[in-house]
Write a protein that binds this ligand. Sequence first.
Ligand SMILES: Cc1ncc(C[n+]2csc(CCOP(=O)(O)OP(=O)(O)O)c2C)c(N)n1
Ligand SMILES: [Mg+2]
Length: 328
Amino acid sequence: MNKKIKLKMYQDMVRLRRFEENVKDLFAANKLPGFVHLYIGEEAVAVGACNAINPDDYITSTHRGHGHVLAKGARPDRMFAELFGKSTGYNKAKGGSMHLAAPELGILGANGIVGAGLPLATGAAMTSKLTGNKKVALCFFGDGASNQGTFHESINIAAAYNLPCVYICENNMYAGGVKQYFDGEYVNEGMDYPRKVKDVAERAKGYDIPGVIVDGNDVEAVYDAVKKAVDRARNGEGPTLIECKTYKWRTHYEVEPDSYRTKEEVARWKALDPIKRYAVKLSDENVIQENDIKRIAAEVEDEMNSAIKFAEDSPLPDVSEALQDVYA
Ligand SMILES: Cc1ncc(C[n+]2csc(CCOP(=O)(O)OP(=O)(O)O)c2C)c(N)n1
Ligand SMILES: [Mg+2]
């Protein structure tokens, strides 16, 4: 991996983190309508994965989607505008946080329906196969979504037709407040957990496709696994299921009480901060110096401040537009 990609991935993770820290503060200040689910702590997954594909490849996302959308190349000013409900947002304020979409960038949408991105990505991969456009679809979804019927139906058809789709499960250990497995020895007695298998990747066996487990807080490990799966998909060898073990630092959605997990558990995962870990690794490799870290932080600060200003200064949509671009 060359130095340029490493530096870009570091900067991208800082951009995702600062975008969302700003969303957190703006939401707390009552400046954003609706709900927000934050991705803080999981940045290595979106950044590692999106740097392993081409700008015109497809992604589908989730209710926790700001990171995927930003990592795939969306502009923070138009993203903030969408969150603020302004007419300059990617979807003229009709998408908001959970339905941010930019098809012109291959971003087929964040999605408020758990598991709904899986058939969309599979359909995009089917388009690619039928038209021969050589594009690959990356499908981000959560551990909870892997218990939905859409997961099984989508992977079944993608496997059967060798579709160019890479299924990326972000196992952040919880679906809402429901723990997916005990973070240590796995003992599932009765109804403790909503899944019998410890690892989601295990389910790949049922579809005869590769199932890979990756440290989701290690951006290069994610990049390598996704690159391999993408090359395979582009060569017509079919889909891969990649399970990234990670953790959400904030609670399920902003302002929900964080009552379902211990402070010690959260602290243990915060110590595995994907951004700090990568800064240490890149300094050890002499790829990055202290002044680069400061420069990147300052650049990202400027980018986010002007993006927020753009959103704040933008007009609200006119009431006459209320029924435009509405299909259902
Ligand atoms: C079909 C459907 N069922 C339930 C919900 C309510 N809901 C929203 S997020 C969520 C948990 C999703 O967990 P996971 O897929 O692990 O994603 P995470 O929030 O951990 O990123 C649930 C049950 C929903 N939005 N859609
Ligand atoms: Mg989850």
